[in-house]
Structure formats: C-alpha cells, structure tokens
Design a protein around this ligand. Structure first.
Ligand SMILES: C[S@@+](CC[C@H](N)C(=O)[O-])C[C@H]1O[C@@H](n2cnc3c(N)ncnc32)[C@H](O)[C@@H]1O
Length: 247
C-alpha cells in the first residue's frame, strides 16, 4: 500500500508497529502494574493498539472510546487476530455502564481525570490502580515544532495537557499518585518525501498554497532510523500511576 492510499489509522498503525508501541516505552510499567488475572479498562482506546497489547497480559480488557469509527477498526483487528478477551464499549467517559476493573489505563486521552464525575467514577470502578500518559511540561522536539515557527504558531513552553492538574484531582480523591517523565520517540515513518508532505498536509489540514513551504521544511527534517525515512516527533510525557488506598 502506498502513502497515497493510507488512512489516518493506517499511518498510526505504521508508526506503532515501527516503534513497537506501547511496549516501547511503556511495556515495563504496564507489566509491573497488571497481573494476568486482572480486568483492565482502556479508557480512550482509539483504534485499540494499547488494548491489543493489554489483552496479551491480562484476563479481560474493556476498551472504551466515544469514536465509533476508531472502535470499528479495533473490532476488525480483534477478528483478524482472533483475540477473545477484549470487550469493545462505545461510551463517552465517564458515562460507562460496564463491569468494574482492577486497573484503569488511559494513554493520550486528554480529558481523563478532569471533572468530579470522572474522578468519582474512577474511584468507584477501579479496584486497585491505574496508569495514565499525557504530554508533559517539557517542550516537544521535532518536525511539528519547527513547522509551528514557520507558520507563525507559537509554542507555549509551559504548556502541557494538564497532567499535574489530574494528579492533584486524583490525590484529592484519595488515590496515592506517582509521576515520571518518559521520553517517547514516535516519528512518523514515511515512504518518500512526497508521502511525508502528504501526511503533514493532511494532519495539519493545510491548504495547497502551503505546499512549497512545507516541502522545504520536510526536506530539512526527515531522518533515517534503521534505514526507514521518518518525520521526527520526540515527546516528553508525564506518566502518572495511581493507587487505591484503604479508607
Ligand atoms: C489520541 S487517542 C489515543 C488512543 C490510544 N489510547 C493510544 O494510545 O493509541 C485519544 C482517544 O480518546 C478518545 N476520547 C476522548 N475523549 C473521550 C471521552 N470522553 N470518552 C471516550 N473516549 C474519549 C478519542 O476518541 C480518541 O480515540
């Protein structure tokens, strides 16, 4: 399949397979927290790359997302891979009517522990612990950051997607919380410079008139990793682990 034919989900899968996500960089943290007998909720599962990984290390996965199209991609993968222990749930977190879970997982789901309803639901339905990953406070590096300055989009160096706020809310609710800074190299593998330009135009919804400027910056930035052309995206993430405590 050429770059011209790829959907967003296929580009994402290409990246997850190239970088072995979520094993890299989160496999050790997930295995340390999750036991083979556990029920795990994957909240904001998207197309379910993390859910499929979790299915291999737990008894049952409850894969929750509000995006029907993403869940259909997961359903097809479940069928294709013969996975028997993922329950796919279309729901708008925290409005979920599922069984409770031992461990909650939420990777790159920005609105996870913000509201009282979300935190109360986590407290009520999580038997043991949880793990959340989101953009941290350290600035990202790579193609998009350079692109931002080219197109005059300023990057707030202190911006994050609120992991410290979520940490505070979880602690206030009675969870014990730890927090780590995790580097995640997650550049987009592309086949050609044209493929890279097409991918970036589409991700950023750019106009055809922006193409010449974009081509220049793509050429300046593409890297080769083990012989594969990659549009570099280097993230510094906040990994929160939270644990129920005896009342
Ligand atoms: C960036 S994707 C992350 C996907 C997946 N966790 C991963 O790491 O590959 C974030 C997902 O969260 C989902 N999401 C955002 N808000 C949600 C909500 N309130 N309820 C359920 N899903 C939500 C989006 O639909 C999207 O699929």
């Amino acid at each position: 399949m050429t770059g011209a034919d790829l959907t967003s989900a296929e580009y994402y899968k290409k990246a997850t397979s190239f970088w072995n996500y979520p094993e890299v960089p989160y496999g050790a943290a997930l295995r340390e927290m999750i036991r083979p007998s556990d029920v795990v909720a994957d909240i904001g599962c998207g197309i379910g790359v993390v859910s499929c990984f979790l299915a291999g290390i737990s008894r049952q996965v409850i894969a929750i997302d509000k995006d029907k199209a993403a869940l259909n991609v997961l359903r097809e993968d479940i069928k294709r891979l013969g996975i028997k222990n993922i329950e796919v749930v279309h729901a708008n977190w925290p409005d979920v009517q599922t069984a409770d879970w031992d461990v909650a997982v939420a990777f790159y789901h920005h609105r996870f522990g913000y509201t009282t309803e979300q935190v109360d639901t986590l407290r009520r339905k999580t038997r043991r612990s949880g793990i959340m990953v989101n953009q941290g406070v350290r600035p990202r590096e790579g193609f998009y950051e350079s692109l931002g300055s080219l197109f005059g989009i300023t990057n707030n160096p202190d911006s994050c997607v609120g992991s410290c706020y979520v940490r505070g809310r979880l602690e206030q609710a009675g969870f014990a919380v730890t927090c780590d800074d995790v580097f995640h190299d997650f550049g987009q593998p592309v086949d050609t410079v044209e493929d890279a330009v097409r991918y970036a135009m589409r991700q950023l919804k750019l106009h055809e008139s922006d193409r010449p400027r974009l081509e220049g910056i793509v050429l300046d930035h593409v890297e080769y990793v083990n012989g594969q052309m990659v549009l570099p995206i280097k993230r510094f993430n906040c990994l929160l682990r939270f644990y129920q405590q005896a009342a």
